[in-house]
Design a binder for this molecule. Sequence first.
Ligand code: ADP
Ligand code: MG
Length: 695
Amino acid sequence: MVNVPKLFGSLTFNERVMKDRLPAKTFKTFRAMVEKGLPLTRELADMMAYAMKDWALENGCTHFTHWFQPMTGITAEKHDSFIEPAADGRVIMDFSGKDLIQGEPDASSFPSGGLRATFEARGYTAWDPTSYAFIKDSCLYIPTAFCSYTGDILDKKTPLLRSIAVLDKAAKRVLDILGIATEKVITNLGPEQEYFLVDKAMWEKRKDLVYTGRTLFGAKPPKGQEMEDHYFGVIKPRVKAFMEELNEELWKLGIPAKTEHNEVAPAQHELAPVYTSVNLACDYNQLTMEYMKRIALKHNMVCLLHEKPFDGVNGSGKHNNWSLSTAEGRNLLDPGEDAYHNNQFLLFLAAILKGVDEYQDVLRGTVASAGNDHRLGANEAPPAIVSIFLGSELTGVLEAIAEDREYKAHGHIQMKLSGNTIAAVSKDNTDRNRTSPFAFTGNKFEFRMVGSQASLACTNTYLNTIVTEELEWIADKLEGTPEAELDKAVKALVKDVYLAHSRIVFNGNGYTDEWVEEAKKRGLSNNKSTPEALACMGAKKNVDLVVKHGIFTKAEVLSRCEIQYELYNKTLNIEALTMLDMLHKDLLPAAETYLKDLAAMAVDVKSLGLKPDTVFIKKLQEAASAMYKDGTALEKELQKAEQIEDQKKAGTAYLTKVLPAMEALRKSGDAVEALLGQKYLPYPTYGDLLFGINC
Ligand code: ADP
Ligand code: MG
């Protein structure tokens, strides 16, 4: 039996360890500097480094690394050992304050979107003391931000930290108007991570999974997810063993892994941690994804984090549960029993309504990726249209305010399930709406468009900045209002906001075609593909937003778009090449071998004086040649797209020419696969992959 409280955080240099190892005064000064966001003195850094090194060595570390999050979307690290040669031929283990605070990795091979020429390769990493250092594989990991020699930011953490700081300031301005004092406003995040597990031996036989993380071919199996028997189903022993080991490893790192369950699609699962401050949550999510992959391998499975590994069954997302609270523990998105009279809640709600409406295209842009394109708008994920679900209670409150009516709160209702045997269940003010991309879920908003393999940093950077913009707008309007007039002023402001932005509120089923039509009438944007969504990120209004709040420079925003275009194009390029490879090396030879055997059989039948039935031979032959033709067409489109130098134009070519050619090839390839006899199948089928572990 594991002792979870003892295990939890045992590999992190957390506050308890700091308190144990630092003089009380040093610890207090350190805390105060971090709280205020002030740079550490050299002396303090040296003391922290000393304590950290001691702790790391006691825990078996030989190396340290500055851990950062470049624009690749994953993490990066370069290990240095602690050794320092001594005069007598021995070594000492050394680690100074300077080693802790700053690093200088070569930055030349990280994506910069044209911000920096290769010859200006110098990059800097700077310690982020708000995220704990931790131990992994005998190495001390120090979370850091990453920038270039010229000061351009090259990572995902720095803008997030900036957005947290501006949001704190703006939120405090609004709270101040209401007479609510707080040390700090904290942005919270609880991301639910979806993933698939497949058998490793099968995975190895699928080039598409190996190279691209998703299946590019695969005929539909007789059974998919239609029986709805996987969601919350009994967790199979092999998967359970994986989950147990994963939890233990995450707990050691101080990651509060909490909920685990089977998801809707066969072989699909979910893990949700307890929410934490957004900076930590983003770091933790990166580690969670990494550990999911590495621990799956130990169990002879492969964890697929791609947004759409399989056609025809659900894809995976990362539900972004977001809220604001004060350092004293007040949740600013908690409507309480009576939202109508809760000025604080109403103002923060207004900020979110206005912001999500005005910057819906930006929010969509932050989740744009080739993988997520297969998910958004497919019938299991929220559509590419951003809308907010509020539920009937909150919508009722806003409608009443808009019509200058009083609203009578319903409060919590108790539901009796059975006599006295089962305790009464308290009913929430809002039901769930699984189809909404941005849903109010009681005391937080859940943004469901984020893709399962994406970093959470970008979405939350923008979400924080958008809400900052609107809170500042609110503060500008209300500052100086006499207390006696505040209630009236708040209602008037909320009324204006709701009247101007109610189009973003949609409580119905977001999966229907009627909603797509209705959203169009309301003028909501519906950017179905990554190239379309990315084009919005560079629009003036959206660049102005982040420049105004000091999150990015204009050049940084545009370079980030460039990186995303490149990533999209490269992804499609690899996918198309993989399909062609599978066509020529797997599918065609399989069809040909089968045809050869069938032809030989026909000859045998004829030699017996019988008339061979060639209907099936003909069918297979025709299917194979249709597939080959589609392959040739894809090759042509791919060659054309590869010639285009401008990334944006290339993106359009990949989207409008290459992708449809891939879809055509997939269709004809799957038709061939469906005709092949078992022994001719060139790779494990959907049935093998989806039900292999779970049967
Ligand atoms: P669901 O029923 O939506 O699938 P889960 O339990 O799977 O719920 O996940 C909900 C996530 O929301 C968890 O990570 C949880 O910690 C997080 N969460 C709960 N309350 C808040 C809050 N106030 N702010 C941010 N996240 C929260
Ligand atoms: Mg969940």
